[in-house]
Design a protein around this ligand. Structure first.
Ligand SMILES: C[S@@+](CC[C@H](N)C(=O)[O-])C[C@H]1O[C@@H](n2cnc3c(N)ncnc32)[C@H](O)[C@@H]1O
Length: 209
């Protein structure tokens, strides 16, 4: 079931931005949240490499990559979000499509970012999306995933409340799952998980062999 507040936040930009601003305080603010993917991978990629921001929304998490000179493609199912993204970040290549069936050739990207989006998928589709990233990465390429994680006991109630108000059941379900183990089982190597914001957020990097 989708909550009324979630629909309202997706239709009214200022609500979405305010919720993001408040929830990102625990990692040091919106700028830090948006830069978590680049921060994890910048030492591991060639300058100007091709990077896919999967489920890019209106492009806020693509922006730090663009500013750093990477060739960014943003894929999302929402034409409205993509329009806003290219209006704000004209250097981003816009692709409308499904993350479960991304319209790119094998080995197209040196890195793929999935920023706070994987929790939107039920478990089976989530696995499909992650398998797809493995296909799209060049050998030795990197996936960086930023998403919710089961918070420590102090933060657990606020996290549950946040999920109930602004997320779908898929987010709550994902809190129970061990994403690093799932990535390893799919064939990724060098899987590293970092827990942030009282464990409420996880950043995982993983490599295509
Ligand atoms: C919470 S937003 C995150 C946006 C962005 N990655 C960020 O960090 O701000 C999740 C995005 O996933 C997109 N999305 C959800 N399901 C999708 C799917 N099946 N294929 C492509 N995009 C999808 C939504 O349209 C939305 O823009």
């Amino acid at each position: 079931m989708t909550s009324f507040l979630r629909l309202l936040a997706y239709r009214n930009r200022w609500i979405y931005d305010s919720v993001t601003a408040v929830s990102s305080l625990a990692v040091g603010g919106v700028q830090r949240l948006r830069g978590l993917g680049l921060e994890a991978l910048k030492e591991r990629l060639e300058p100007g490499a091709a990077v896919l921001d999967l489920c890019c929304g209106s492009g806020e998490a693509a922006a730090p990559w663009i500013d750093a000179g990477y060739a960014i493609t943003g894929l999302d199912l929402s034409p409205r979000a993509l329009d806003l993204a290219v209006q704000r970040y004209p250097l981003m290549q816009r692709v409308e499509g499904l993350a479960e069936d991304p319209p790119f050739a094998d080995q197209s990207f040196a890195a793929i970012q999935l920023s706070v989006a994987l929790h939107e998928f039920p478990r089976t589709e989530r696995e499909q999306v992650l398998k797809g990233t493995l296909r799209l990465l060049k050998p030795g390429g990197w996936l960086v995933l930023i998403d919710l994680h089961m918070a420590n006991p102090l933060m657990r109630f606020p996290q549950r409340l946040f999920c109930a108000l602004f997320e779908t059941e898929t987010a709550t379900a994902m809190l129970e799952d061990n994403l690093p183990a799932q990535l390893s089982a799919l064939g990724f190597t060098d899987v590293e998980q970092q827990l942030l914001a009282g464990k409420a957020l996880q950043r995982i990097i993983a490599r295509r062999p």
